[in-house]
Design a protein around this ligand. Structure first.
Ligand SMILES: Nc1ncnc2c1ncn2[C@@H]1O[C@H](COP(=O)(O)OP(=O)(O)OP(=O)(O)O)[C@@H](O)[C@H]1O
Ligand SMILES: [Mg+2]
Length: 822
């Protein structure tokens, strides 16, 4: 393994330079040695009466000039949140040319790292640095809080094995790391690496991926606290549409999807010296693809280190996959978690869960509660019930206060962050303790430490994506969790003190009925998006792509076929220009294609709105207590030809009202039974997508309002993306059949489409006790032949009512053309 500090001539020359520690750790150091801020500062100690921070003066001009150049060069790219790091690169000068030695680098001699050699550090050396008065990365005096946390960190199980970890890290390129939940993997290991990699030497960062945004954000905050730095500076995070990193960032937590996106623009991931794939047991699509890419990348980049981490991992499988990589297993938990099972299976798990929460509140000692349920509606309903019952308990039996927080993926980040608020105080001093209760989907299942959580309630279910390639339907089904998930859930208790986990199923069910690991997402998903990404990454041979678990061939074929029909791949399976562009949009390929092609139909502004509205949950609220009023309110927006246009009408009404500037929009939404939260989030998505369109030169145009083709153009443009999601009405009445997949479906009762169209495009196939299609728009069959002639090539169509109907239409068109021409 090359050690850049030793092998690089420029860095070894700089070793003999100044020993003034402050200058060496300024990430902006280096372009002009005369401009070195150390000249103006005392070498080591600073006046503690000041903020403890070094003068910013000397470095300011350089940062400005760098970012000026950066913004000039990358003005387009900078709009793309996935490419924000390229802009950082310019600011940071964090690139190869620097490490090759044009400019002086940081040196260990100049810093708190004096005497340490990259990739040869010892736990003892690092401990010395960590206990110093001044922070080795920022040169600011350490705070009291820092030392307090440092002491608790020393009690974590991984701490005992720091030297063993370092020894292994030094001797291998890829390492599999397993340690109990709460043992310190996510927060500590990246820091151990940070002190060993010394990113300030080679200007390459350390990345740690998480399957979920909320985990990436909260862990980054914790580690910033532990390192005594400001979040977004030395430690940052990067999630879709939010980049909280800066030119000084050395350690970056990010979602696995985000790192995958970055790899599309930089396949060598050249900005990183070490990449940790955390929670690898979750086997998200992005994790699986990243692992395959990293496995290949490790051969090209011998300087890149890779760590695969989890608490609940089939370690051998991962070791085998990564060329028999060594395993480090850390035993032990921070605090014990006692597990309880129900003696009998529960009939209604939501009911049982609510009851258990209330029982804990009534009888257990102080400590907060985390309850796992499966989805937004269930969670909101449970929160309401818990709130009502708690109020009663407070009135009737003098219970303490309890604040209930929902947590699910579609909640905006600031609302998700509320789960970290402190529990309420008792009503009176010495009274019954106050608690908080978080009711969450499995987004809180891994990684998170929520201070105060002592009790976990686990009913044993989660919503899982299932894909049936035969009918091309992806659906979310409530499914029993795996044993790995159950262990992760229990692991959310016992992090800051001993905990209890109440499993609302029998021990026998845990041992015999639950599967060991959740099936990898790659085996349960529509892969068209993934394949488009892989193509963009330059993967030619998809059949031999090194998936840890290869997806079913039928799923691959379906995806390739779909991308070919969308003209994202040509007949030889190569990425087309359209495909290349579509892969840049954070959307399903069909939506991306619809958006990109919408200017041809003179309605890209409107399609942009519709795509944004389809990217958020249902806008129209329909509370059980006021269904009639909600339906009446919706009727005011309803377009008889199209649910997509109904959505657009509601959005236009919302924006029109907002423009007035005098309306209380929350109230307005409430009156019209619209979700303010989803509308504003759609508006936000729209802004982001608009900037993608602008940077790709996709024109933003509209057919004039009032033109008779205004709505028709939009309906035609919808066919441009949804031509594979079409259903044809059967002669027998209300039943439709999906084209090609030939499934009998009915239109979802929530539709506002009044006319009985023979042909409709639909947004979603919903599987409940019946097969529904939801969010539909009536279309004309001739549009299908005109807009998607390849898909509707009748010579290759299966015989049936749909083919006959289309054939009649094709003949009519031919006759009409013949009359016209002759
Ligand atoms: N925000 C926080 N507040 C208080 N203590 C914390 C916080 N984050 C982490 N800790 C402490 O650090 C310990 C280690 O946390 P860390 O997230 O590194 O564990 P982990 O091994 O990654 O666990 P998991 O497998 O559940 O992801 C926790 O058990 C807890 O004691
Ligand atoms: Mg973790």
């Amino acid at each position: 393994m090359p050690c850049l500090d030793n092998s690089n001539p420029s860095s070894s020359s700089s070793l003999s330079q100044s020993k003034k520690r402050p200058s060496a750790l300024d990430p902006d150091f280096g372009t002009d040695s005369n401009n070195n801020s150390a000249d103006g500062l005392p070498p080591m100690k600073r006046n503690k009466g000041e903020s403890g921070e070094r003068s910013e003066k000397s470095k300011t001009p350089k940062v400005e000039s760098d970012s000026d150049t950066a913004s000039a060069k990358k003005s387009k790219l900078a709009k793309n949140p996935y490419l924000a790091h390229l802009e950082d690169d310019e600011n940071n000068s964090n690139n190869e040319s620097n490490s090759k030695g044009k400019q002086p680098l940081y040196t260990t001699e100049d810093s708190g790292f004096a005497g340490m050699v990259r990739h040869q550090t010892t736990a003892e050396q690092v401990s010395r640095v960590e206990h110093e008065e001044y922070n080795a990365f920022t040169n600011r005096a350490h705070t009291q809080q820092y030392f307090r946390i440092l002491e608790t960190r020393k009690g974590l199980p991984v701490h005992k094995q720091r030297q063993e970890f370092l020894d292994m890290y030094h001797s291998t390129q890829i390492l599999v790391f397993v340690g109990e939940t709460g043992s310190g993997k996510t927060t500590q290991i990246p820091q151990y690496i940070l002190y060993d990699e010394m990113p300030q030497l080679n200007r390459k960062m350390i990345a740690c991926t998480q399957p979920r945004r909320v985990a990436a954000m909260s862990v980054a905050q914790r580690v910033a606290d532990e390192l005594d730095v400001k979040l977004g500076e030395e430690v940052g995070y990067s999630i879709r549409f939010e980049n909280c990193t800066g030119p000084k960032t050395l350690l970056k937590y990010m979602t696995d999807g985000q790192l995958l996106r970055e790899s599309m623009n930089d396949p060598d991931l050249s900005r990183y010296s070490c990449i940790m794939i955390d929670e690898a047991h979750e086997r998200t699509l992005a994790t699986d693809i990243l692992m395959a890419l990293l496995k290949g990348l490790a051969l090209r980049r011998s300087d890149l280190k890779i760590i695969i981490m989890s608490a609940t991992l089939d370690a051998q499988k991962f070791q085998r996959y990564f060329h028999n990589a060594p395993l480090l297993a850390v035993p032990g938990r921070t605090h014990p978690v006692e597990i309880f099972y129900t003696p009998e299976p529960e009939k209604d798990y939501v009911e049982a869960a609510v009851r258990t929460v209330l029982q804990i509140h009534a009888t257990e000692a102080e400590g907060d509660i985390l309850l796992f349920l499966t989805g937004e509606d269930e969670i909101e309903d449970a929160c309401r019930r818990i709130n009502l019952e708690t109020d009663e308990m407070i009135r009737e039996s003098d219970a303490g206060p309890m604040t209930v927080y929902p947590l699910y993926g579609t909640l905006p980040p600031h609302q998700q962050q509320k789960i970290f608020d402190k529990a309420p105080d008792p009503f009176k001093k010495g009274g019954r303790p106050g608690r908080k209760c978080i009711v969450s989907t499995n987004i809180a299942e891994t990684s998170l430490t929520i201070d105060g959580i002592v009790y976990v309630v686990d009913p044993g279910f989660s919503k899982q994506k299932i894909y049936n390639p035969r009918i091309r339907v992806e659906s979310l089904l409530v499914t029993p969790i795996s044993r790995a998930s159950a262990k992760q859930r229990a692991g959310r208790a016992g992090r800051t003190r001993p905990g209890k986990c109440f499993r609302l199923y029998t021990e026998k069910a845990f041992k015999q009925d639950l599967i060991e690991q959740t099936y990898p997402e790659v085996l349960r998903s529509n892969l068209s998006n993934t394949i488009l990404e892989l193509k963009k990454l330059g993967v030619e041979d998809l059949v031999h792509f090194d998936f840890m678990d290869p997806p079913p061939p039928e799923t691959m074929m379906r995806a390739l076929e779909e991308l070919n029909y969308l003209a994202c791949l040509d007949d030889d399976g190569n990425l087309t220009q359209l495909g290349n562009m579509a892969s840049d949009f954070p959307l399903d390929p069909s939506l991306a294609v619809m958006l990109i092609t919408s200017p041809e139909f003179y309605c890209s502004n409107e399609i942009l709105s519709i795509v944004s509205l389809l990217s958020v949950p249902q806008l129209f609220m329909r509370p059980a207590s006021s269904r009639k009023r909600a339906d009446d309110a919706k009727a005011q927006f309803t377009h008889a030809d199209s649910d997509h246009l109904t959505l657009l009408n509601a959005y236009h009404a919302f924006k029109g009202e907002e423009l007035k500037g005098t309306t209380d929009m929350r109230k307005w939404c409430h009156e019209f039974f619209l979700s303010y939260r989803h509308l504003t989030s759609a508006d936000n998505v729209r802004t982001q997508l608009k900037s993608y369109m602008e940077s790709h030169g996709v024109e933003l145009i509209s057919t004039p309002w009032g033109d008779k083709n205004y709505y028709t153009n939009i309906r035609r443009a919808l066919v441009g993306g949804f031509f594979m999601q079409v259903a044809h009405r059967q002669a027998t009445g209300k039943i439709y059949r999906t084209i090609k997949d030939n499934q009998a479906v009915i239109i979802h009762p929530s539709t506002g489409v009044g006319t009985d169209f023979d042909w409709v495009v639909y947004n979603e196939f919903v599987l409940t006790s019946k097969q529904y299609i939801r969010t539909v728009t009536g279309i004309k069959p001739e549009w299908l032949l005109d807009i998607a002639p390849n898909y509707y090539d009748l010579s290759a169509f299966e015989e049936g009512e749909a083919k006959m109907a289309l054939k009649r239409v094709a003949d009519k068109i031919k006759r009409r053309e013949a009359v016209r021409s002759g």
